[in-house]
Design a protein around this ligand. Structure first.
Ligand code: ARG
Length: 258
């Protein structure tokens, strides 16, 4: 009898220890969002953001999700390329990063319902008349993309721009700068981000809906984490139905932080 009690006490202590250490399990009081905060207006850094220095549409949505669970939102800012692995290994509870659902990612994580529909656009110099459609990028143009973004896949695989003409950066903000200073002819990036960065830098956006299909943004969670996924979907459904997401898109339209 004594032994059993001792064992039970030890087991309880062990469970509590693990919960306290992991910091992002179901029983903790924080909800950890992985993101790459170089993607305005969805996530960017600013002096006084919604959560610490972080602000944007995704930050606002994630905050609502955390609140609905009575938890505090913690943000882990990392390379976009590392997000899926971080969700997979449980380093973060969810990735909220303007992330497009695609078959490759679906093999590794589960996605929530769609909360935003975007497309790729081309950001070019304001007086450029040589780029009016996606195919024009194949005519010896230097094209910038961000490593691991869907725009990278489209430029590389769909359009098959020659490899020597593609420049891959870690942040959209940096490649758009290179269009401004003439090192690149165009950047292919998501619509709302392209628009915000073009406005900020005095550049223009060129669309080509025939080549650039619509992309659905959703929140990624660890495979099988239906408890969190259901909670996320509930909040997203509410925010969609009551117009909160539309209001956020409007509120943050063109926002880039610093
Ligand atoms: N929608 C694109 C993708 O899923 C780009 C997302 C970039 N997001 C970010 N937070 N940096 O590949």
């Amino acid at each position: 009898m004594k032994k059993v009690v001792k064992f039970a006490a030890l087991a309880a202590a062990a469970v509590m220890g693990v919960a306290a250490l992991s910091g992002c399990g179901g029983s903790s009081d924080t909800l950890t969002m992985g993101t790459n905060a170089a993607f305005p207006p969805f996530e960017f850094t600013t002096t006084n953001g919604l959560v610490g220095e972080f602000d944007g549409i995704d930050v606002a949505i994630a905050k609502r999700i955390a609140e609905s669970m009575g938890k505090e939102l913690v943000i882990e800012d990392m390379e976009f390329d590392g997000l899926i692995a971080s969700v997979k290994t449980g380093k973060v509870d969810m990735a909220v990063a303007g992330m497009t659902v695609n078959p490759e990612r679906l093999e590794n994580v589960d996605f929530s319902d769609t909360y935003y529909v975007a497309t790729q656009v081309m950001v070019v110099q304001p007086d450029d008349t040589s780029i009016t459609k996606a195919e024009d990028l194949k005519n010896g143009k230097k094209v910038g993309v961000v490593l691991g973004y869907t725009g990278d896949t489209i430029v590389t695989e769909t359009l098959q721009v020659p490899e020597e003409n593609i420049v891959r950066a870690n942040r959209g903000i940096d490649v758009v700068q290179d269009v401004k200073n003439g090192r690149l002819d165009a950047v292919v990036v998501d619509s709302a981000t392209g628009k915000a960065l073009a406005e900020k830098n005095g550049l223009k956006v060129v669309e080509d809906p025939e080549v650039f299909e619509s992309e659905e943004y959703a929140i990624a969670v660890q495979k099988g984490n239906t408890e969190l996924l259901d909670q996320i979907n509930e909040v997203l459904a509410e925010m969609t139905a009551n117009g909160e997401i539309d209001a956020l898109a409007e509120q943050y339209d063109g926002a880039t932080g610093e």
